[in-house]
Ligand binder design. Structure first.
Ligand code: DAH
Length: 339
């Protein structure tokens, strides 16, 4: 009898129905009035009393196993059928989401496209830099506050190895590599030890521009930036240059564009001034040219640097800088159309 019990148990375990009718048929075969288990219970009556206890236990277990298995198979089949009814197999497949570019990439690409049209090429360089490329070669005096631990992330307390604080380091790397004429656009991530808020972040993006050749003048700088501003913000855009100071340019300027939201009349975004600051710029300081091995008697040039988040903010009206870093799909999906 033990053998019979084992055999039936095995049959149940291996049973694989194809339809719901198969399950019913199987149930009748095992548990029906003339089923295998019922017959076994008949046979049980003839078993010697001392065996009854052990065998009875095994038979009850088998009966429970049969019932549980059959019930489980039934529910599995039912839920599958409901699933089939819900799925309309004739419906066209739903389109895959194609994703969208990040607004920072969109703006970075657009900046490059604009300068490409006037002969600039793209270049790149390391995010982990040394003091020479970020500060010394750019005419920063040794005691300049930008070198301070407050602003610069140093790597393992070594004051010579640091995360670049601006993309101007790429000017140095380009001039070391290339002889004039040089016309490059250098986008990249930069790092500063700043508290994160809606208007500041410790990681952001800049685009640097550099033009070195014979007879490059401040007028060339002004015209290049005016061209950029009109392409980026619209034909009606005006620019304004305010005198400023950077160690690596002389003379230096802060560049403003007319506010494209109020058309220059004054609004909360431009703080009623009608102008928005977009970049720093200037004529490359002769000390910088010399530090990079370029003859400052023969060549002059201009450079400019802008924050990509800032341009994106003005272009798309994004008021909180942190949105660029949070990867919230509700924000990112708004740029789908801007591919
Ligand atoms: N490197 C400057 C900054 O991070 C921006 C800048 C100013 C770049 C003037 C330039 C420049 O090339 O000429 O604030």
């Amino acid at each position: 009898m033990i053998n019979k019990i084992e055999k039936i148990r095995q049959n149940i375990a291996e049973f694989r129905p194809k339809t719901q009718a198969d399950i019913e048929e199987f149930r009748v075969r095992i548990l029906g009035r003339k089923g295998e288990l019922t017959e076994l219970f008949e046979e049980f009556k003839t078993v010697a009393p001392e065996m009854k206890r052990e065998l009875g236990k095994k038979m009850n277990e088998l009966k429970n196993f049969a019932q549980d298995t059959i019930n489980q198979l039934k529910t599995d089949f039912e839920s599958q059928e409901i699933e089939c009814e819900r799925t309309d197999m004739t419906r066209p497949a739903s389109a895959d989401g194609i994703g969208s570019r990040h607004p920072i990439s969109l703006v970075k690409n657009e900046i490059f496209d604009i300068f490409k049209r006037i002969g600039f090429t793209l270049t790149d360089g390391p995010e982990i830099e040394d003091d020479f490329h970020v500060f010394s070669a750019l005419n920063f005096p040794p005691e300049h506050p930008a070198r301070d631990m407050q602003d610069t992330f140093f790597i393992e307390k070594n004051p010579d190895i640091l995360l670049r604080t601006h993309t101007s380091s790429l000017e140095v790397r380009t001039m070391e590599r290339q002889k004039p004429p040089i016309r490059v656009i250098c986008p990249g991530r930069v790092f500063r030890n700043e508290a994160i808020s809606y208007r500041a972040h410790c990681i952001f993006h800049q685009v640097e521009g550099l033009y070195i050749d014979e007879n490059v003048s401040f007028a060339d700088l002004k015209q290049a930036i005016l061209y950029f501003a009109k392409e980026m913000f619209g034909e009606q855009t005006q620019i304004r240059l305010r005198p400023s100071y950077f160690p690596f340019t002389e003379p230096s300027a802060e560049v403003d564009v007319s506010c494209n939201l109020c058309g220059g009349k004054g609004c909360p975004v431009c703080k009623q001034t009608g102008w928005l600051e977009i970049m720093g710029a200037g004529m490359t300081d002769p000390n910088v040219l010399e530090a990079c091995g370029i003859d400052s008697k023969k060549y002059t040039g201009f450079a400019f640097g802008m924050g990509v988040e800032r341009i994106a903010m003005l272009k798309y009206g994004v008021k909180d800088l942190r949105l660029y870093f949070e990867n919230d799909l509700r924000f990112l999906e708004q740029f789908e159309a801007a591919l």
